[in-house]
Write a protein that binds this ligand. Sequence first.
Ligand code: ADP
Length: 186
Amino acid sequence: MQYLIGKRTFVLEQGDITTQMVDAIVNAANSRLMGGGGVDGAIHRAGGPSIMQECRDIVSQYGRLPTGEAVSTTGGNLHAPYVIHTVGPIWHGGGNDEPLLLASAYRNSLLRAEHLRLVSIAFPSISTGAYGYPVGKASMVAIETVKEFLTASARSISKVVFVLFDTSTYTSYCHAAREVMSTPPH
Ligand code: ADP
């Protein structure tokens, strides 16, 4: 499913983010950038050990990555030249700033990509796996944040892809997009 925001595109698809042909893929990392299961494990397996080495260097220089922040490494063996690592919030019932922190994870990843002057970026569904954020709520935050970002002027990013791994997550994001976007899909 694809939407246009001015001249920029915003795409929802089901699949594996590690095979995306974009300038950067986003990793739903943990604050120690240590590698784990889920999308993080898949990215490190596909990208090879150089990404983990860069992650270790970042943590030893700057410390743990706070929730909602983002850093970048190169993409190792991936098609994407960059990986942007961000930390989404762990769901604790919704009263601990989870929506604000999730929006920050998306926004700071996009800002990191802008800083690198990138044109295309792919996101997984941050926080909705091991971190337990309900996907119906997370998809609304994700799409609202990306829409707001792409609506602003003077952005290098012209394409944002959400790569959703399973059918129920994909369906949730499609529903959220219909709610949030004022125009029908293209
Ligand atoms: P978090 O710890 O932020 O919840 P997870 O990696 O556990 O992150 O899950 C986030 C989402 O990423 C889940 O919807 C999961 O199904 C999905 N996912 C797992 N592997 C991949 C992959 N290769 N490509 C895209 N999404 C993936």
